[in-house]
Design a binder for this molecule. Structure first.
Ligand SMILES: Nc1ncnc2c1ncn2[C@@H]1O[C@H](COP(=O)(O)OP(=O)(O)OP(=O)(O)O)[C@@H](O)[C@H]1O
Ligand SMILES: [Mg+2]
Length: 334
């Protein structure tokens, strides 16, 4: 451990926040807090808070302080970051850590400043930012410092970010808000339409993760869930199959593919031929979806593959970025 200032890489995600130092991941917690409503007092955070979602009385609120990858609740974000940073540094910070934090590609300078200020307010001494796809590509060890085309798609909970990177810079990229949460919404809408049942986001997400897939599967799984009948308001069970979830998610999956296609359209042909040779790297929690690599391979006409560290590459890249900070800062000046 460094005796003086520590260097922390942070991936502040809509659903999950991670902190790494060197090549060690030190914190992994859901980006969610519980507050006492009329005092705005934070009483729980992370995994414990997630377990309380949809199960608390009116006097208490479970809040995700980020939406679509950007800070929606500034004070709560700063408090949560402060708690997570103290988990690493201990309760008394003698030497405030230097921080590099990933932000979605294409957010406004105001949104970016809010992230930097939250990092400073949470105890950081100096807070730099890096676009998330660049951090992910560094974390995956793509040869991004060479004049070659490297494509990565970061599929998170609140954002899909597709980018082509060359010479440590983003050549073309796009961020869409169609990501994990929109897949959950599509499943909820499908269940309501087909069975007249209302289900909450956690149930839709469980269906997606346990039996969902991006393309029809030979090994169909089923899962029984409890919903609330739209007409009677009473609980009612229903059993869903893999192929129903595939069908439910087709529209948002198409939008995800369209985002990646638009990025390819904006990419110079020389770089495209590199990408065809190397394939498209997929990362983020939504990249774990069964068959998504095959789905995108067909949709893009270029092989897409899931990286070895899909869930941790962004935070690993932010920590590694300390070693190339000059290059990264230079690319931010224009
Ligand atoms: N096995 C799985 N199959 C499909 N989706 C999954 C699976 N595991 C996790 N997810 C989804 O991954 C998403 C969370 O991914 P991740 O932690 O990368 O997001 P995030 O970094 O917090 O969000 P963002 O980068 O968009 O701000 C959630 O929507 C979750 O439902
Ligand atoms: Mg993310």
């Amino acid at each position: 451990m460094a005796a003086f200032s520590r260097e922390l890489g942070i991936d502040l995600g809509t659903f999950n926040t991670q902190i790494a130092e060197g090549n060690q991941i030190l914190v992994q917690e859901p980006t969610i807090v519980v507050i006492v409503t009329n005092e705005m007092k934070l009483v729980e955070y992370g995994t414990t808070a997630l377990g309380m979602l949809g199960r608390v009385p009116d006097s208490i609120e479970v809040v995700r302080p980020l939406r679509n990858g950007v800070i929606a609740e500034y004070e709560l974000t700063e408090k949560l970051l402060g708690i997570l940073i103290k988990k690493v540094t201990g309760p008394t910070i003698f030497f405030r850590p230097r921080i590099i934090i990933s932000v979605p590609f294409g957010i406004t300078s105001v949104e970016r400043r809010a992230v930097q200020e939250a990092g400073l307010g949470a105890g950081g001494r100096e807070v730099n930012w890096i676009p998330q796809p660049l951090a992910a590509a560094i974390g995956v060890d793509l040869p991004i410092n060479t004049p070659t085309g490297n494509m990565i798609i970061s599929l998170g909970g609140g954002t899909t970010q597709a980018a082509v990177i060359s010479m440590t810079g983003i050549v073309s990229a796009e961020t869409s808000h169609v990501a994990g949460l929109k897949l959950d919404d599509a499943i909820s809408a499908y269940v309501r339409k087909k069975y007249g049942l209302i289900i909450g986001q956690p149930t839709a997400e469980a269906l997606k993760i346990r039996i969902g897939a991006a393309i029809p599967s030979d090994e169909e799984k089923t899962m029984e869930i409890q919903g609330q009948d739209q007409v009677s308001g009473l609980p009612k069970p229903v059993s869903l199959t893999t192929n129903e979830i595939v069908e439910a998610m087709q529209a948002p999956l198409e939008e995800i593919a369209t985002t990646a296609k638009r990025v390819l359209e904006k990419t110079p042909p020389e770089l495209i031929s590199d990408i065809i040779d190397r394939g498209v790297a997929l990362c983020g929690g939504t990249a774990l979806m069964k068959g998504l690599d095959k789905y995108l391979t067909v949709a893009l006409g270029i092989p897409a593959y899931i990286v070895d560290n899909p869930v941790t590459c962004t935070v690993e890249g932010t920590a590694k970025a300390f070693g190339m900070l000059d290059l990264i800062l230079r690319s931010q000046q224009n």
